[in-house]
Design a protein around this ligand. Structure first.
Ligand SMILES: Nc1ncnc2c1ncn2[C@@H]1O[C@H](COP(=O)(O)OP(=O)(O)OP(=O)(O)O)[C@@H](O)[C@H]1O
Ligand SMILES: [Mg+2]
Length: 297
């Protein structure tokens, strides 16, 4: 199944992977591909390292979802805004959240609570997943541009970490609801973005091995980004410079093929995306990647 088809099947997708492998670029291109198929994708990036507006060439992106490309909406899930919304949803006194969070000591109290950023982020994702418009999900699917692997794992461990502490009350209800979301593969999937190089592949294999036996969150695709293209030039009569260039290309492709084979041997469901030449502008790069996500693999 192509990446776009897989993304169209579940409601919320998390993307993780080593730093700089192209997670945000892949999320942006996937949203464009989904919108082209008539879906209503929402890109969610997490507050502190916002790059989506630069990637999409859109003006700055805030907490309220807004259209950033035809049919694509995006939001920045800033923990402070999520905390305000969370407090407001729990305490039904108009203006209380603004008042409480404007008070420095109270704010410090909230921020010192364990994993408060992650909890309010989960609460917001949970709410976004339930939002409806005209009897249909308002955002479909939701693509979450997670951080590099370590932080992403902590996120998914939250329900377990809290299970001994919060057994009842609103936090327990939220964590139960989030665990149920993660366990249901029609609703949630995790995709890992990687490069066809030794270290990112090692990390990807470790992550998938760590997640697989837990059966809590299903790993969807492993996206192998920036696979090297075929060598350019005249194959019949290459001149010496061309021959050297072709040799360099070929050895890069051989190395990439070895790494891809390691991922295949681990039985992972791969999607290969091409390296897009640096001469392409950002918009064209996203379009090339979006188009290659509709391919067979
Ligand atoms: N398929 C591709 N072809 C060419 N360049 C790419 C491709 N994918 C990503 N890039 C480039 O690689 C760089 C890193 O991409 P991106 O910011 O998406 O990575 P990231 O994994 O989100 O990084 P971070 O871990 O910092 O969030 C960017 O300059 C991006 O334009
Ligand atoms: Mg990123």
């Amino acid at each position: 199944m192509s990446l776009v088809d897989e993304l169209a099947r579940s409601r919320i997708h998390f993307f993780t992977g080593k730093g700089g492998v192209g997670k945000s670029t892949v999320v942006a291109a996937a949203a464009i591909a989904l919108a082209a198929q008539g879906k209503r994708p929402l890109i969610v990036e997490l507050g502190h390292r916002a790059t989506m507006s630069a990637i999409l060439g859109a003006p700055s992106i805030g907490y309220e979802p807004r259209e950033v490309a035809p049919g694509v909406r995006s939001m920045n899930l800033e923990p402070e805004a999520a905390l305000r919304e969370y407090v407001a949803s729990r305490v039904k006194i108009p203006g209380f959240a603004r008042f409480a969070l404007a008070s420095e000591p109270l704010r410090r109290f909230f921020e010192a609570a364990p994993a408060v950023n992650e909890v309010v982020t989960l609460a917001k994702l949970d709410r976004l997943e339930r939002e409806q418009r005209g009897g249909r999900p308002k955002h479909d699917p939701i693509l979450v541009d997670l951080d590099a692997t370590g932080h992403a794992l902590m996120f998914f461990e939250l329900p377990r970490v809290f299970s001994g502490i919060a057994r009842s009350g609103p936090l327990a209800a939220l964590l139960d609801s989030f665990s149920a979301l993660l366990r249901d593969e029609r609703r949630a999937k995790l995709h890992v973005v990687t490069l066809p190089m030794e270290l990112p592949v090692n990390e990807t294999l470790e992550l998938c091995e760590h997640l697989r036996p837990r059966g809590e969150l299903s790993v969807g695709k492993v996206v192998v980004n920036r696979t090297p293209p075929a060598p350019p030039g005249d194959t019949e009569h290459p001149d010496p410079a061309e021959r050297r260039l072709r040799e360099r290309f070929s050895s890069r492709r051989e190395r990439a093929a070895r790494e891809i084979a390691r991922l295949e041997r681990a039985g992972l469901d791969l999607v290969l995306l091409p390296e897009v030449p640096a001469t392409h502008d950002v918009q064209t790069r996203l379009e090339v990647l979006a188009a290659s996500m509709e391919g067979a693999r």
